[in-house]
Write a protein that binds this ligand. Structure first.
Ligand code: HEC
Length: 136
């Protein structure tokens, strides 16, 4: 992809994110969330489970159980912690606060596979889908 195309796509995604009226209500079903869902099923469900409960087929092989992603809102006083989730996925933020990290640093993985801007879009799309998994 050419740089200019990448930049335009970045704006498109940003517009999608900002323009979604349902954001923050835990029922985000927009195109970004759909894309996030595809990515999630490919890259995350093996550990976190298709429904996000931390019960994926690879979970048994892990020393540290994968987080239950359906309780993120509940654990944050009812608001989905989008920024923190993005940081966890990107790897800017250690999960959990102490000890070694057991989850791949997806920001690096995505940036290695694709351009920076697509990596960024993926890191926006995943929380959009994860938000739709939240228990109410
Ligand atoms: C190899 C197994 C594995 C895969 C694959 C995986 N995770 Fe994780 N994830 C973990 C584990 C284990 C934790 C618990 C924290 C730790 O031990 O690092 C975790 C924690 C998290 C957290 C922090 C939750 C909290 O309580 O704050 C988020 C968000 C998350 N994962 C999202 C994702 C996303 C999105 C993907 C796909 C791109 C993904 N994970 C793929 C194993 C995995």
């Amino acid at each position: 992809m050419r740089k200019s195309t990448q930049r335009i796509m970045g704006f498109v995604v940003l517009a999608l994110v900002l323009g979604q009226p349902s954001l923050g209500k835990g029922q985000d079903q927009g195109p970004l969330s759909e894309w996030g869902k595809d990515l999630y099923m490919l890259r995350c469900a093996s550990c976190h489970g298709e429904g996000g409960r931390g019960d994926g087929p690879a979970a048994v092989a892990l020393k540290n159980p994968p987080a239950d992603l359906t309780r993120l809102s509940k654990n944050h006083g009812g608001t989905f912690p989008r920024a923190e989730v993005m940081q966890c996925i990107d790897g800017e933020r250690p999960v959990p606060a102490h000890g070694p990290r057991h989850m791949p640093v997806w920001g690096e993985v995505f940036r290695r596979e694709r351009s920076d801007s697509e990596a960024h879009m993926r890191i926006l799309a995943l929380p959009a889908f994860i938000e739709s998994l939240q228990e109410r």
